[in-house]
Design a protein around this ligand. Structure first.
Ligand SMILES: Nc1nc2c(c(=O)[nH]1)N[C@H]1C(S)=C(S)[C@@H](COP(=O)(O)OP(=O)(O)OC[C@H]3O[C@@H](n4cnc5c(=O)[nH]c(N)nc54)[C@H](O)[C@@H]3O)O[C@H]1N2
Ligand SMILES: Nc1nc2c(c(=O)[nH]1)N[C@H]1C(S)=C(S)[C@@H](COP(=O)(O)OP(=O)(O)OC[C@H]3O[C@@H](n4cnc5c(=O)[nH]c(N)nc54)[C@H](O)[C@@H]3O)O[C@H]1N2
Ligand SMILES: [Mo]
Length: 758
């Protein structure tokens, strides 16, 4: 199992040679092609290593991180050094000085899940400063619980694809429904039904409107509107304006199921700020014709309409507003809780939305409590390290950044996920010690002081399952462990023994015994539910078990049928179009109702004079984030080894560029190289460069150095959505592009650093 699909692996001589998708998968992902050759790839970490400067001078701030050489040490030495350093930090600075948020996707598997392992270990060590929310859903995770009482149910209990295919007349998709993203599901997936569901909807006569700067955010037949990026909230407000002023809004629904519509309407109609949010007002901001918006609003009110918003729309400045305005628009249509109508968030962002949930808890490694109550919003990592002691606003609280001495990362790559990588590099020079577990010499591993080589899923056994997939899968090992790599569990076990809590950590179980234990725990839930599940040995032999699923769900159907018995978990129990709590925080960047705010990185502002192209830094089609960027599918898309950048032929022509050229993409934060792909499916003022090319600075000792490979996060701003959610805003950035005529620097991203014997 991988995050991008279920497979059967073939292996020889310690390497995976082929993978075959699960035959039950309707639309397997090409990303599977990255797996063969990944076990023994040259970028694997062969053994434990310590940065020379750290080993010789001891812990302390260092700007040599990322360019220093390493010294190979034995496992025993590594365990001693790491246990000693953890002890020192805890004894001198307290557990709060350990940042163990360790954000990242690592690999699927319910037991060898790096986050679960590292958090369980650090909790038993006495706790750590954690991170809350995600890069995926930084804004949604804070705003939606306040508006509809949940954020995860929006995906896990979303309206099912079968219901949409059967019932929806008009699907209005902000951000499209990009099939490339449905390849992926956190924890794995056994089927990819989205393509088929959209085809069935259309075959029935349903219509799809895709609102996105990129044509291929929706496959096949659809009406396409390509607004200026970042103007979706203005468009939603204009649609709402038409509903409100043409007597098309469902007042009965707004009265019964919502609170605060009147306050929002005062803003919508311009009573509070003198600016009616008319189609013409939105046309000036978005570039879409006013008549098109008016017509669309009328069509939305005429039939069964589903409003969908991709997660990308909240990974921008003021990202709280798009999902909030989207729900408000759907509420005005009055179809929330009606099969095939209402609101959806994340169709085409992840495979999960639209899939039927399983009705019982999944097997889960118990992590225990964190004795330290200290957390940062996840995307504040650079702020945390650069601004200890400083105060900041977050979700109605005033907080202070703690003073971090040790950073512990297992299963994530901040040089993939964070913005303004030059600033991140300066931030990572600050702590005394950085520990990284990873199978590969990622840029983050190269910035570590203590490097811990992990196994990949191919080298160990595990169980996989997710909350919206019918299969619980036995993950059999395909190859022996590579070189000196160890399971994260074994590393933490050895450390726990040194630190005096070995038996508590292991509960005297081997990895296999843990897997069996988790399986039996889960089997108890299934049997109690009246379902069937074989004993462990039989399950392991068979390879998977099928679970019951809750089919044909409609999001918020119970709330609609009986709002008094099934209220939302909001202060009012209703949909909060106006939130008194948010209003009470008094933030100037997040008011009490959905509001249009002008972003900094957009084509309508002053900054576009200097950097006239809007770069969309979206998820890559050819891989998951930075994982296996050296795999065949990812490599096949590169141009002279650089990440492909799509641009409109006109934008290329004005700059004297052609397909296959290498360009320098730059702004005042940094620069990277990329390879030009021409595509008239983009707006001429929009370019697209996905995330995930491994950060490859020309001069690894210089935080301002150009990335020669094409990582867009050297360009993106390290600013938060707003004072409310403080989410990641990495999706959008303004840039300029010019031909790169110099000698093409080699790609060194996948080369290991210098590792010397002692
Ligand atoms: N500009 C911009 N930036 C973005 C985004 C964007 O839209 N635009 N999107 C953001 C989003 S939504 C996300 S979720 C993040 C993703 O950011 P990350 O989750 O940090 O990215 P990954 O590349 O998946 O990193 C996972 C790491 O875990 C390692 N790994 C795999 N298996 C194991 C294991 O068993 N043990 C250990 N120890 N390690 C393992 C992999 O080798 C890899 O280095 O990126 C964010 N960054
Ligand atoms: N293949 C693949 N799939 C993935 C991932 C991956 O790395 N690879 N990562 C997974 C993860 S962790 C997550 S969180 C999800 C993220 O899911 P999303 O955040 O939804 O994914 P993105 O591809 O970043 O963005 C989706 C589309 O939104 C469009 N878009 C960008 N800005 C705007 C805008 O201002 N207005 C409009 N209307 N559209 C805009 C872009 O054209 C883009 O293609 O994807 C998941 N799926
Ligand atoms: Mo994500």
């Amino acid at each position: 199992m991988s995050h991008w699909g279920m497979y059967e692996a073939e292996a020889a001589n310690g390497e995976v040679t082929a993978v075959h998708p699960y035959p039950g998968d309707a639309d397997p992902s090409a990303i599977l092609g990255n797996l063969p050759g990944s076990v023994r790839h040259r970028s694997r970490i062969t053994g434990p290593a310590v940065r020379r400067g750290w080993l010789e001078n001891g812990p302390g701030p260092s700007s040599a991180r990322g360019s220093d050489e390493f010294v190979a040490v034995s496992w025993d030495e590594l365990t001693g050094l790491l246990a000693g350093e953890l002890r020192r930090v805890v004894d001198t600075h307290g557990n709060r000085a350990i940042f163990g948020g360790s954000y990242g996707w690592s690999s699927p598997g319910r037991f060898h899940h790096a986050q679960s392992q590292v958090h369980r270990f650090l909790k038993m060590l006495g706790g750590y400063t954690r991170s809350v929310h995600s890069y995926s859903l930084g804004a949604t995770g804070v705003i939606m619980p306040r508006v509809v009482g949940t954020h995860w149910k929006l995906f896990a209990r979303s309206t099912n694809w079968d219901v949409i295919a059967r019932e929806t007349d008009l699907m209005v998709c902000f951000g499209g429904v990009p099939l490339k993203n449905t390849a992926v599901n956190d924890g794995g997936t056994s089927n990819h039904p989205t393509r088929d569901a959209l085809d069935r909807l259309r075959a029935r006569g349903g219509r799809i409107v895709s609102i996105s700067p990129l044509r291929d955010d929706l496959h096949g037949d659809a009406e396409r509107l390509a607004p200026r990026p970042g103007t979706d909230v203005a468009i939603m407000l204009a649609l709402a304006y038409v509903l409100a002023t043409e007597d098309l809004a469902d007042r009965a629904f707004l009265d019964r199921y919502c609170t605060g519509y009147d306050k929002f309407e005062d803003y919508l109609l311009g009573r509070t700020d003198g600016i009616p949010k008319t189609p013409q007002w939105a046309a000036d901001l978005s570039g879409l014709p006013a008549a098109t918006l008016t017509d669309l609003a009328r069509r939305m009110a005429a039939g069964r309409t589903l409003v969908t918003v991709t997660w990308s729309l909240q990974r921008v400045r003021h990202g709280e507003q798009a999902p909030w305005a989207g729900v408000t628009l759907a509420a005005m249509l009055g179809q929330i809780g009606v099969p095939g109508g209402g609101f959806g968030h994340g169709y085409g962002s992840m495979n999960e939305p639209g899939l039927a949930p399983v009705p019982y808890p999944l097997p889960t490694l118990f992590q225990g409590q964190n004795p330290i109550d200290e957390a940062i919003p996840v995307a504040a990592i650079s702020d945390l390290l650069l601004r200890p002691g400083e105060q900041y606003d977050f979700d109605g609280q005033r907080r202070t950044f703690p003073d971090i001495r040790l950073v512990y990362w297992a299963g994530g790559n901040p040089f993939h996920h964070h913005q303004d990588l030059g600033r991140l590099k300066r931030a990572l020079a600050r702590p005394d010690t950085i520990v990284v577990h990873d199978p590969y010499w990622t840029p983050m591993a190269k910035h570590a002081d203590i490097v811990v080589p992990s196994t990949t899923s191919f080298e160990r056994e595990d169980l996989s399952c997710t909350r919206n997939d019918p299969l619980l899968v036995a993950m059999h090992a395909a190859t022996p462990r590579y070189a000196q790599a160890r399971d994260d569990y074994d590393t933490f076990t050895a450390l726990a023994h040194r630190l005096g809590f070995g038996p508590q950590f292991t509960e005297n179980r081997t990895a296999r015994q843990w897997i069996e234990h988790l399986y039996e725990q889960w089997r108890g839930f299934v049997l109690a539910d009246g379902g069937g599940a074989p004993a462990f040995e039989e399950f392991w032999h068979r390879g998977h078990v099928r679970m019951r699923t809750e089919d044909d769900l409609t999001l918020f159907q119970d709330f609609r049928e009986d709002p008094d018995t099934y209220p939302l978990r909001t202060p009012s129990g209703r949909i909060e179009i106006f939130s008194a709590d948010i209003d009470g925080f008094g933030y100037d960047d997040c008011a009490g109702h959905p509001t249009w705010y002008e972003p900094e990185e957009w084509l309508g502002g002053a900054r576009a004079q200097q950097f006239p192209l809007h770069l969309i830094a979206n998820q890559p089609r050819t891989r998951l984030h930075s994982q296996l960027d050296h795999g065949a599918t990812s490599q096949a898309s590169k141009i002279h080894g650089r990440e492909p950048l799509r641009m409109h032929p006109e934008a290329a022509a004005t700059r004297g560029l052609d397909a296959g050229d290498i360009v320098r993409v730059f702004n005042d934060r940094g620069a990277c190289l990329a390879g030009v792909v021409l595509d008239d499916g983009l707006r001429p003022d929009v370019v697209q460069l996905s995330t995930g090319a491994w950060y490859d600075p020309l001069d690894p000792s210089d935080p301002n150095s150009m990335c020669v490979h094409g990582n867009p996060n050297v360009l993106t701003p390290d600013v938060r959505t707003s004072s409310l959610a403080r989410g990641c805003t990495g999706q959008h950035v303004l840039v300029e592009i010019e031909r790169f005529d110099g000698e093409l620097p080699p790609i060194r991203a996948y080369d290991p650093p210098v590792v010397r014997a002692r």
